[in-house]
Write a protein that binds this ligand. Sequence first.
Ligand SMILES: Nc1nc2c(ncn2[C@@H]2O[C@H](COP(=O)(O)OP(=O)(O)OP(=O)(O)O)[C@@H](O)[C@H]2O)c(=O)[nH]1
Ligand SMILES: [Mg+2]
Length: 347
Amino acid sequence: MKLGLVGLRGSGKSSILGALLGRSLSESNTGVGTIKVPDPVLVELSKIYNPKKLTFATLECIELPAPGEKEKKVLFSQAAQKLDAVVTVTGAFRHPDKESILSEFQSLRQELQLMDLVFIETRKERVLHDARTFKEGRAAKLEEQELLDRLSGLLESGKDASEFQATDAEMIKLKEYNLITSRPRIAILNISEEQMKDAGELEKMVSGSLEAGPIPVFSISAPLEIEVCRMDPCDIEEFMEELGIKVLGRDRLIERAYGIMKLQSFYTVGEDEVRAWTIREGDSALEAAGKIHTDLMRGFIRAEVVPADALLRLGSWNGAKEEGSFHLEGRDYIVQNGDIVHIRFNV
Ligand SMILES: Nc1nc2c(ncn2[C@@H]2O[C@H](COP(=O)(O)OP(=O)(O)OP(=O)(O)O)[C@@H](O)[C@H]2O)c(=O)[nH]1
Ligand SMILES: [Mg+2]
């Protein structure tokens, strides 16, 4: 899963990425990185199997160029197409008051709406051209044009595409357009140390400015979190307590990202490797198999499933089998969060 950090120039995208990855701005600042998803269940499972390799699920993070930078427009659009979720970064640290923080947040939002508008206008031209040129499929083209008109009207009124009231058929088109403001989003306020005491209030102000759609808003002090990442683990708790940080920004981001993208984990276990995998809620055993390897998907026979909590309670696969926690499932089985899955396959 890919998260994109999007923000105006100098809002602190690189710094936030550094905080998420635990590295300073000067170190390998390539604009990309992978966050390991902390997983206590996985760690417990590894104690049972003592595997050669322990592999955590990961989230990929990339920094996009600031929207509105003319020479990087293409770069931005290409990168934006591949994102599963958009993380907006507002440089609260550089503002003296609440009003100007909100104003930066809103300018960024407008920039993103503008990029969607540009896409829609281009699409509209093409649809109109096709409707004029070809007889075949004209009705559908005109219908699409009407949808695009409504979409651009919404964006022009300062709303996000995610607020669009779409029918099921329109929803399919919307998915195809893959607009930035229709993607799952998280808003980060990059605050200074002095602003930490007002973090709650700032977050409330920004969420309050959003008419609809659940966009989680939370604040991170990037330099401070980078510092925390480099501390001796024994000192971190005390330091965080002193500063009144309850949960690190990175951990909050992961949790929210899982929430908005409706992600969950399943596990594979064995002596070679114990591993966590990311899937979406509602994904089937066949889709889970495909995550592991396309061969497993092609040659899928059945899935052997044990919930991780049962395995941890009973201490072994066989123990879980005897107790009745083991179940055999077909390709349509909906994988549950925390399932340990063993795919039987034949290719
Ligand atoms: N005081 C303070 N400075 C910050 C904070 N976050 C970032 N900065 C500084 O602001 C400047 C810009 O930060 P970057 O992280 O490079 O911002 P960016 O959004 O990646 O910038 P561009 O990629 O150029 O658009 C740097 O000099 C940072 O050191 C912060 O929380 N507090
Ligand atoms: Mg940068």
